[in-house]
Design a protein around this ligand. Structure first.
Ligand code: DGJ
Length: 749
């Protein structure tokens, strides 16, 4: 059991040897957070870490008391975790301890809220603390689950009106975390379309700082995750917290430094444009937040989140399965394709060793451009005279899997669906609806709409042998409103929209369990922990330029595993940047993810086709490492002038690894350089083979794990020196866009 309760001290201690959380019932019945972070001995009381004689805030207004559920209006003037409006309009509630339960395992969240789970009760223990505010009749359950194998606590909050007059939930954070000091840097992951999840790192300052989304989806602009690191924490060592929210809708993730130098973090559904009335007997549950702590540095923090998200958030047969190398036709053809063109591309893909063909946007209605047909999920026989079925069968007869693109939550005004049901598109009656990409968003808060789309999509999918679905979402929500809710419940709209989207995912994944789902939203606008419950991988970004992808994939990897990051090699000049990176460089970047190509192979030279064949073989031979290995960040593309990046994957038993070093621009007379790697066995010898491009590798050399993890791998000059190179290795290593992959295998015996 990883949760201890001491009735004498009234303290709970959640512990697993890698982290500890100590909570206690304060004298006034509130729940204090006495400690969270480093593992502490179980047994002693930690009451001294909290307030000694807490009796409210009399004469001590604003004292930095660490609380598990901060509420406003009682003397704590920092950001609250819970704001509930009583029937009289006041916003003062005082949740006091009633009872608690300690349960083996982890009960599922209600309804369709995505959450981590266990396969065996021994994997986690759960503490449920019941609180009550008697005057309003509000019951609150704080749920904290600690995992046996990861230094992670999952938290959610359940609210129920147990019989009082109506109350309105104005703010319900999934988690708050009160820390005793402010000596932290905050990292958030921000950007824009085609520039997602660049880490933004700044020291905490007094006041509030953070990110959020009010777009109806998690968004390209900010990610529902944050990291706190000590100023001295590096990738390899030091304290840090990694916090993610399992939710794909509006969110807030922020930290506040108070006047006494304490830090309060909170994460959850964004309180703006949110209000949830609770009539007597009604309840509301927040999404789940995951809070990971380590003193072993940022890569270790990421690793623990990766493990949990890929094995205990993702579900279904694809969770642990090797992900196929695919060819997607989007950048290869855009809307301009037909049956024969696709079959020719698929044949070339097969010839290069790829395993799945994905037919992107444009196969339905009369969709020759992005201004029509969304909502009409009927195959376009002009382009595909043999139907989806005929195409899928022909592609599959080549020995490839077959996938299709859908964007089920959208409708174009120029569509049969919109002409029949204009009221199904989101908008405020009497007001103009804002179009974006010539499309409107369907009202997924309306179960009738979800039902209709579910039937149409199920019919389309069932009509053909489909193995893979790319589910896109290409605009944000404006004029939020649903006619299905009364005026006083419109604050539920965004939350209900998101649940409607999850409902459709649930319907499709239940009906077609064999299908691998990839989530996508204008690239990476819905890359969050929640969506992984149905789609174990997501399209990371519409920017396929390899230099930009180094940054995007680096930032994405703080929370999300490589198996979840769709990464494709595209043609040059790159369609987003015009850059002409080498084919080898492009592939060496995309391999650190769920690998594929997004180009027209029928337009490629024989030389390039042969190179791709070698790349695919290289990847598939090491796929388990790339998709499920330990991912360790070594050199950041955000450091210095960003000319270099390095990262690696290693098997959990340290017997194999692939290390990648990327240099964007070559500079004459480079300094000598060795790359210190991690994740190996210091006592072992490794056979090291360097691939400078995907031609013949350099001769294999043997090096010690200790040497590689202290002195490092030879990068400049390369180790071993290429045949014919001069003393500085220059002959072989000049040129921009150079990627070196080092294959490391433990030498047995
Ligand atoms: C946006 C996606 O991110 C692209 O990959 C592509 O599927 C287009 N939509 C299709 O419209």
């Amino acid at each position: 059991m990883t949760i201890a309760w001491n009735p004498e001290t009234q303290e709970w201690h959640l512990h697993n040897g890698r982290t500890s959380w100590v909570l206690g019932v304060l004298p006034n019945g509130w729940i204090g957070l006495l400690h969270a972070g480093a593992p502490l001995a179980v047994g002693p009381s930690y009451a001294h870490l909290g307030p000694s004689d807490f009796a409210g805030f009399d004469n001590r207004v604003g004292e930095p008391v660490a609380l598990a559920l901060p509420v406003p209006g009682l003397g704590d003037f920092r950001v609250p975790g819970l704001v509930v409006e009583a029937a009289d309009g006041s916003q003062v509630v005082e949740p006091r301890y009633v009872t608690h339960r300690i349960l083996p395992g982890k009960p599922p969240l209600p309804g369709l809220l995505p959450g981590t789970y266990v396969e065996d009760d021994a994997e986690a223990d759960t503490l449920e603390i019941d609180l009550r505010d008697e005057p309003t009749g509000l019951a609150i359950t704080l749920t904290l689950s600690i995992f046996r194998d990861q230094p992670i606590v999952a938290r959610s909050v359940h609210l129920k009106n147990f019989g009082g007059a109506k109350v309105v939930v104005r703010t319900a954070m999934s988690a708050t975390l009160d820390l005793p000091d402010d000596d932290w840097n905050l990292l958030t992951f921000s950007g824009a379309w085609a520039r997602e999840r660049f880490p933004v790192d700044r020291p905490l300052v007094p006041g509030r700082q953070g990110v959020g989304s009010l777009r109806g989806g998690s968004g390209n602009e900010h990610n529902p995750s944050l990291v706190l690191r000590r100023p001295a924490t590096t990738e390899a060592a030091g304290d840090c917290w990694g916090i993610v929210l399992a939710w794909s809708g509006n969110f807030l993730a922020e930290a506040e430094v108070g006047p006494f130098g304490t830090t309060r973090v909170r994460i959850g559904v964004h309180p703006d444009q949110f209000a949830w009335p609770l009539e007597a007997g009604e309840s509301f549950t927040t999404p789940e937040a995951l809070l990971a702590w380590t003193d072993a540095g940022l890569s270790a923090m990421s690793e623990s989140l990766h493990e949990l998200l890929r094995h205990r958030m993702a579900r279904g047969p694809w969770r642990d399965a090797p992900r196929p190398v695919l060819l997607n036709n989007w950048e290869g053809t855009y809307f301009d394709f037909d049956h024969d063109r696709i079959v020719a591309m698929a044949r070339a893909a097969k010839d290069m060793g790829m395993e799945l063909f994905v037919l992107d946007d444009g196969w339905f209605g009369r969709r020759d451009s992005d201004d029509r047909s969304l909502g009409d999920w009927v195959v376009d026989r002009r382009k595909l005279p043999h139907g989806l079925d005929g195409l899928a069968r022909e592609v599959k007869s080549l020995g490839l899997g077959f996938g299709v693109w859908i964007e089920p939550e959208m409708v174009n005004p120029d569509s049969d669906l919109f002409r029949a049901h204009p009221d199904w598109a989101i908008g405020v009656p009497g007001r103009k609806r804002t179009e974006s990409r010539q499309q409107l968003v369907l009202d997924f808060a309306n179960p009738v709409v979800v039902e209709h789309i579910a039937s149409a999509i199920i019919e389309a999918i069932a009509s053909a042998p489909i193995d893979y679905i790319k589910w896109d979402w290409n605009r944000f929500i404006t004029e939020p409103f649903t006619p299905t809710l009364p005026p006083e419940r419109q604050g539920e709209f965004f939350y209900r929209y998101n649940l409607g989207m999850y409902e459709l995912y649930e319907r499709l994944t239940t009906r077609f369990p064999h299908i691998l789902f990839e989530s996508c939203a204008s690239g990476g606008a819905r890359f969050d922990a929640g969506i992984l419950a149905w789609a174990p991988q997501a399209w990371t970004s519409d920017d396929t330029d390899a230099v930009e992808r180094l940054k995007i994939q680096w930032g994405t990897s703080f929370a999300y595993p490589l198996s979840s990051m769709g990464a494709h090699v595209s043609a040059v000049p790159n369609h987003q940047t015009g850059r002409l990176a080498s084919l080898d460089f492009r592939a060496a970047v995309a391999m650190f993810g769920a690998f594929g190509y997004e180009l027209n192979p029928t337009a490629m030279s024989e030389d390039d086709l042969a190179t791709v064949r070698r790349q695919v073989a290289f990847y598939t031979e090491r796929r388990d490492l790339f998709q499920y290995g330990r991912f360790l960040r070594l050199r950041s593309p955000f450091d210095g002038d960003g000319n270099e990046t390095a990262w690696m994957v290693a098997s959990p038993d340290a017997s194999r690894a692939v290390v990648a070093h990327y240099r964007v621009l070559h500079r004459p007379w480079p300094h000598r350089d060795r790359l210190v790697v991690r994740g190996l066995d210091p006592a072992a010898r490794y056979a090291v083979t360097c691939w400078d491009g995907f031609g013949a590798p350099m001769p294999t050399v043997e090096r010690g794990g200790d040497e590689l993890m202290t002195v490092g791998l030879g990068i400049e000059p390369p180790d071993p020196m290429p045949a014919g190179a001069d003393a500085d290795g220059h002959r072989e290593v000049r040129g921009d866009f150079r990627a070196r992959l080092f294959d490391l295998r433990k030498v047995e015996g």
